[in-house]
Ligand binder design. Structure first.
Ligand code: CA
Ligand code: ZN
Length: 302
């Protein structure tokens, strides 16, 4: 079954208290329309900071209730396609991002998207790497703003979250209450200026429920391998927790001791930065597919 969901149905926080705007059965495909992270408020280079309603930021389309999903299950989200809008926008400003202590004035810049590039200027055509900034489920406790990442996903701003990837989220509440938004036409690891090339989009996902297994943080699977996605108050903590979550997931699928498995992960695993500018910082630990294949690990199959 294929559904469509318009961007008029959006949330500013992931919350167990939100009523679903769509109910789907497992294995359903949903075409989800999204605003950009400024809720499409910036349409020209001269948009003034004062003309933007900063309460209307980071809308995620949803929430979608997936039938059969119960606390302790895993929500499986396959990203089938991303169709970008015709123009993206970036913004910088005081106190925003790594350079915010030196930037004196807010400034926005519109970037037309043509063929496979975002046009930065006459010299620079930025190759597209379309990705989803905000994607997740209702968190366990209090609502979490769509600007903040966490164990429920949310604003992870991770460039691996793109077409062909499959994400796995812990389910904390019945129906999971899934949503996504904040698409980027391109973004570098770190997202140092606090924006990617922000763009409205249409995202096609297939939603499914995995029973009989639990995870504490989101994981992502792609052609290259498997990544844990962990957000914490410091990048150090995020990076270290991402390693431990991966080791806890994979070790039981091998006949290796913790000592030997740690050696293997130290030899082949990659600690990588997702973003360093959101209220919590996000790191990932990536294990190559050939290692999973060697032990025939299918971590998320029932
Ligand atoms: Ca974001
Ligand atoms: Zn964004």
């Amino acid at each position: 079954m294929t559904y469509t969901l318009s961007k008029e149905h959006f949330i500013y926080a992931f919350s167990k208290d939100h009523s679903p705007v769509l109910k789907v059965t497992p294995k359903s495909t949903v075409v989800i329309d999204t605003y950009d992270c400024f809720q499409d408020q910036i349409q020209s280079n001269t948009t003034a900071v004062t003309s933007i309603d900063w309460d209307q930021i980071n809308p995620a389309t949803g929430p979608i209730y997936v039938e059969g999903a119960k606390a302790g299950d895993i929500l499986k989200v396959t990203i089938d396609a991303i169709e970008l809008g015709k123009q993206g926008v970036m913004a910088v400003g005081p106190k925003l991002g790594v350079m915010g202590h030196r930037i004196e004035q807010f400034e926005a810049k519109i970037m037309p998207i043509e063929n496979d590039a975002a046009i930065f200027n006459e010299k620079i055509r930025i190759p597209l790497n379309p990705m989803i900034g905000v994607i997740g489920v209702a968190p366990e406790g209090d609502p979490v703003s769509c600007g903040t990442p966490g164990a429920h996903g949310g604003n992870m701003d991770t460039k691996l979250i793109t077409t062909g990837a499959t994400l796995y989220f812990p389910v904390f509440h019945e129906g999971a209450l899934f949503g996504l938004g904040d698409l980027h036409a391109a973004m570098g690891d770190g997202e140092i200026g606090v924006s990617g090339i922000e763009v409205p989009a249409k995202v096609t996902v297939t939603l499914d429920v995995v029973k009989g297994k639990s995870i504490r943080y989101p994981f992502l699977e792609n052609e290259e391998g498997l990544a844990s996605l962990v957000s914490a108050h410091t990048l150090d903590d995020a990076a270290k927790l991402a390693v431990e979550e991966m080791i806890d997931l994979l070790l039981p699928h091998t006949d290796l001791s913790l000592n030997h498995f740690t050696m293997l992960m130290s030899a082949v695993g990659q600690s990588q930065i997702s973003q360093i500018v959101d209220p919590l910082l996000t790191a990932r630990f990536v294990v190559p597919q050939w290692v999973l294949d060697a032990y025939q690990i299918k971590a998320f199959q029932e």
